[in-house]
Design a protein around this ligand. Structure first.
Ligand SMILES: Nc1ncnc2c1ncn2[C@@H]1O[C@H](COP(=O)(O)OP(=O)(O)OP(=O)(O)O)[C@@H](O)[C@H]1O
Ligand SMILES: [Mg+2]
Length: 264
C-alpha cells in the first residue's frame, strides 16, 4: 500500500450502500460514574455495520470513558451495550474477555506492542492466542496485513527499531489480525505527525471500506473528516452529530465548523 493518500480514497461509500440493516453496535442510556461523580449521563449511540464514527469533544468530556464502556473494558452503571447482537453489560469478566478477543480490535494512542518481539510476531501472537488457523496461516495473514500497511519489509524489526508511524501501522495490523467486527481507536494518531497520521488513517479507512466497523476518538479534524459521522460529546452527553458527505476539503471545514459550534 504505497500510494496511501489520494482524494478518491477519502470518498467512502456510506455504510448503507454495502451492509444490511442490522447495526453493529447499539448503546442506550449509558451512565457511568467514578466514585460520586457521574461522567456519562445517559448516552445513546447506534453504529451501523460498516460505519465509521468519529467521537470528538473537549478534554474530559468522557470520550475515553465512553469508548471503554462500549468495549466492555469498563462497566456501565446503567444502560445497555449490544455488540453484534450480544449484550455486554451482563457478562462475566471471562465472557467479556472472550467477546473482546472475538469481536473487537483496539488501537490506542501509544501502540501496545511487546518490545521483545518482532513486529511480525507481535501481530501473529494475537491470533496465536486464539488458536485461529494453523501457525502458517496466522503468519501468512499477518504478512498480508503488513503488506497492506506498507511495512512488509519491517517484519523482523523490533518495536524500538521503527518510526512512530510504522509502529502504529503495526498496531493497526495487530488489531486487525483476528478480523474483528469492530475496531475501537482512542486517539490512534494522537502521537503522530500529520503525514504519519494520514498513513494510519488511510489504513484504517481501507479496512473500513472492506467492512470493518470503526469507532475512533480524535481531537483532529482531519481524522474525524474521514468518518461517515461525527458524534460530539460535551460534559458526558451527546451535544451534536454531524453526517459527513462531499469532498475531503469540505468535510474538514464542516468538522471544524461543528467543533467551533460545540465548543471543542
Ligand atoms: N478511572 C477514573 N477514575 C476517576 N475519574 C476518572 C477515571 N477515568 C476518567 N475519569 C474522569 O472522567 C472524566 C472524563 O474522562 P475521559 O478520560 O473519558 O475524558 P476524555 O474526553 O477522553 O478526555 P481527553 O480528551 O483528555 O482524553 C474526567 O473528568 C476524568 O478525570
Ligand atoms: Mg481520552
Amino acid at each position: 500500500m504505497d500510494k496511501l493518500s489520494t482524494a478518491e480514497r477519502t470518498e467512502q461509500p456510506g455504510p448503507a450502500e454495502r451492509t444490511g440493516p442490522a447495526p453493529a453496535l447499539v448503546a442506550t442510556g449509558i451512565r457511568k460514574a467514578y466514585g460520586d461523580t457521574e461522567i456519562l449521563h445517559g448516552i445513546d449511540l447506534t453504529v451501523a455495520e460498516g460505519e465509521f464514527v468519529a467521537v470528538m469533544g473537549p478534554s474530559g468530556s468522557g470520550k475515553s470513558t465512553l469508548l471503554h464502556c462500549l468495549a466492555g473494558l469498563d462497566r456501565v452503571d446503567a444502560g445497555s451495550v449490544r455488540l453484534a447482537g450480544i449484550e455486554l453489560t451482563g457478562l462475566s469478566a471471562d465472557e467479556l474477555a472472550d467477546r473482546r478477543r472475538e469481536l473487537m480490535g483496539f488501537v490506542f494512542q501509544q501502540p501496545t506492542l511487546l518490545r521483545d518481539l518482532t513486529l511480525l510476531d507481535n501481530i501473529v501472537l494475537t491470533g496465536a492466542l486464539d488458536r485461529i488457523g494453523t501457525p502458517a496461516e496466522r503468519t501468512a495473514h499477518a504478512e498480508a496485513l503488513m503488506a497492506r500497511a506498507g511495512i512488509a519489509e519491517l517484519r523482523d524489526r523490533m518495536p524500538g527499531e521503527v518510526s512512530g508511524g510504522q509502529l502504529q501501522r503495526a498496531g493497526v495490523c495487530r488489531a486487525l489480525q483476528r478480523d474483528p467486527r469492530i475496531v475501537y481507536g482512542d486517539e490512534p494518531t494522537g502521537a503522530l505527525n500529520s503525514s504519519a497520521a494520514r498513513e494510519v488513517m488511510d489504513l484504517l479507512v481501507e479496512f473500513n471500506r472492506d467492512g470493518t466497523t470503526l469507532v475512533v476518538v480524535t481531537h483532529d479534524a482531519a481524522v474525524a473528516a474521514r468518518a461517515h459521522r461525527v458524534v460530539f460529546l460535551r460534559d458526558g452527553a451527546v451535544a451534536e452529530e454531524l453526517l459527513l458527505g462531499g469532498q475531503p476539503a469540505e468535510r474538514v471545514t464542516d468538522v471544524v465548523d461543528a467543533m467551533r459550534a460545540v465548543g471543542v
